[in-house]
Design a protein around this ligand. Sequence first.
Ligand SMILES: Cc1ncc(COP(=O)(O)O)c(C=O)c1O
Length: 365
Amino acid sequence: MGTRAVLLNPGPVTLSERVRSALTSGDWCHREPEFAQLTREINAKLVAVYPEMRDAFEAVMLTGSGTSAVEAMLASFAPDDGRTLVVANGVYGERMARILAAHRKPCELLQLPWLSPLDINAVLGLLDRVSDITHIATVHHETTTGRLNDMDALGKVCRERKLPMLLDGVSSFGAEQFDPIGWNLEAVAGTANKCLHGVPGLSFVIARRRNWARARPEVGSVYLDLYGYYAGQHGDGYSPFTQSVQVALALREALDELDESGGWQARREIYRQRAARIHAELTALNVESVLNDNDCSCVLRSYLLPANLSYPVLHDDLKAQGFVIYAGQGELAKRIFRLACMGDIRQADLNALCSALQAAVAGGR
Ligand SMILES: Cc1ncc(COP(=O)(O)O)c(C=O)c1O
């Protein structure tokens, strides 16, 4: 592989030069005022990505991957004296249920097939049968297949039944639309290294102010207790544990870059254009999309492997040309491949990718 890797996996992403150089812009101590200031800035910029969140929500950041933010959100906000309904149609929804079980939190799992949309009638049926459900947890963009879940439909249920929504926005925050009021959104977990184009190592939870103002409950984790992060970061600015300082410097740069380039809407448009270009190429090569166009996120799409081409061969052919693609998970591993369009992907990269796809599909094996 050459020096420039074009990452088409769903994060980490190919960094822009600007973000990459911010990574080496300072050796700072996390217990000095400049880092406290950086923490405050990042938290403010995170809630400003969606202006609809700015007034009613506050963010905390933590050192860890996206799963750490999802686990921290559920450990801190999912109730012990109520029940969380997890609506899952992929790996990450099912992981939310595993996290709740690990924290011994009451949970009802609506486990849907991975290729299916959220089944609102099944949600309503469960809510009628299980009377102690107080919260709903789900995944905005289910990266397992690339499906952008119909949050408006599920959000309407949350709003009408007064059920706060705890959302995994790890692979959508920064590029897809969020409607905090329409979805009765209580909290969302996200990460630095997907649609925000930062470096892996930092993640965050954005939650309604009223959560932070509550009397601090017992949280069944020391590291993932978000109330500790909130008290520190929104007090003197310091976090309870060592933060990934250089990754934070890169995240601030990535957030500035997002803002200066037109925010999440512009990013969604760029991703859509990239995805459409790749989709047209694959369609011409008779490679079929797993989902209908309307169900796909702008971030990632899944395609059926052609009958004469195995994933390892496709992967290795493309990697030899500098492109890293992603396999399916679980029982989809042998049937699909996935292509994300986040990060610093240029027109020349797309041209070269299309040629590499043509050669790989024509070559078969
Ligand atoms: C929707 C979603 N949730 C959670 C995760 C887990 O993130 P991480 O691998 O950074 O822990 C991912 C990773 O791709 C994801 O796509």
